[in-house]
Design a protein around this ligand. Structure first.
Ligand SMILES: C[S@@+](CC[C@H](N)C(=O)[O-])C[C@H]1O[C@@H](n2cnc3c(N)ncnc32)[C@H](O)[C@@H]1O
Length: 315
């Protein structure tokens, strides 16, 4: 398949450009945002229900516990913006406790999935205007003018902030400082340091769902960009990188091989990988420093008994 055919078939040129650049560099790496097409979002939702995946249930338990004590922060807010909203499962806890909320803006890169979730929420919360926004949270969002003056709360759960390097996480927090305006607050879920065996199991579960989620990136490249990845020849691997305090997901080549994407060819050595995601695990003090360096004060912090997960209210 040549590039002209791909172009006329409506290929996402940004995706193609980033894949060609990411697989052309050493080591090979792609942004984790590409993991989330519609199938990727559905697989991620399955991951959140797995016994090994402690972050979702820990954060939901924490939110259920803290929402009543957050009544002041929630009561007067008229605008709620959620970054990387996915299924918005956790948000339902907030929406039920925001009597004056007028607008909820779930934003996500996975457009079709987002629209389905937004339809469901509109029916469940008829008093709130649900305004889904498809986009990339690494840039400033185009919030409709009539919403910008509202008293706003940002919500960034799921430890999605851990998918960004600390430098990118700081940029994200600075962008939100301007976007949420004076008096705006941001509620962020952050996964914390814990024993490495717990982390590795969470990112390489026994049912193989995380492996399918990671490999779906290759299926997506094959379908959307005309690639010829043989999925059986790439293994999912979760690694702990102690230097950077993060879990890394890799797709590791089984043997030497050449992969074609449109008119581009990429050579893989045996054992060479595509680095597809980072999940940084913070110490409480590290995250507080990051927030302060990004123009936020830490107003409140809640953790579970084991201090595996933290919910930070920044203001
Ligand atoms: C780890 S999941 C968390 C989902 C949900 N917030 C939760 O707590 O379960 C990350 C979410 O962020 C979205 N996402 C990833 N990168 C993004 C980006 N650069 N811009 C917007 N959304 C992104 C994904 O589509 C996915 O829904």
């Amino acid at each position: 398949m040549n590039n002209a055919v791909l172009r006329s078939a409506g290929v996402n040129q940004t995706f193609l450009g980033e894949v060609v650049a990411g697989l052309g560099q050493t080591p090979k790496a792609l942004s984790p945002k590409w993991l989330y097409d519609h199938e990727g979002s559905k697989l991620f939702e399955q991951i959140t229900h797995l016994p090994e995946y402690y972050p979702t249930r820990t954060e939901i338990d924490l939110l259920a516990h803290i929402v009543p004590s957050l009544s002041e922060a929630l009561a007067d807010r008229r605008l709620l913006i959620e970054y990387g909203s996915g299924s918005s499962r956790k948000t339902r806890l907030l929406l039920g406790a925001m009597p004056n909320l007028e607008h909820y803006v779930p934003m996500d890169v996975s457009g079709e999935f987002l629209r389905g979730v937004a339809d469901g929420l509109s029916k469940q919360f008829p008093n709130v205007q649900v305004r889904p926004l498809v986009g990339d949270f690494n840039v400033s969002l185009k919030i409709p003018a009539e919403l910008r003056e509202q008293s706003s709360l940002g919500f960034f759960p799921g430890s999605t902030i851990g998918n960004l390097t600390p430098a990118k996480a700081s940029e994200f927090l600075r962008l939100r400082r301007d976007e949420l305006g004076e008096g705006g607050e941001l509620l962020v879920g952050v996964d914390l340091r814990k024993p490495v065996d717990v982390l590795l199991a969470a990112y390489d579960d026994s049912a193989g769902v995380t492996a399918a989620f990671n490999r779906n990136l290759l299926t997506r490249i094959n379908r959307e960009l005309g690639g010829d990845f043989d999925l059986q020849r790439f293994a999912h691997e979760a690694r702990w990188n102690d230097d950077f305090g993060r879990i890394e997901m890799h797709l590791v080549s089984r043997g030497e091989q050449t992969v074609r994407i449109a008119e581009h060819c990429f050579e893989f050595a045996d054992g060479e990988s595509i680095h597809s995601e980072n999940s940084h695990k913070y110490r409480i003090g590290e995250f507080k420093l990051l927030a302060r360096a990004s123009r936020w004060d830490v107003r409140q912090l809640w953790t579970d008994d084991k201090q595996w997960f933290g919910v930070f209210l920044l203001g």
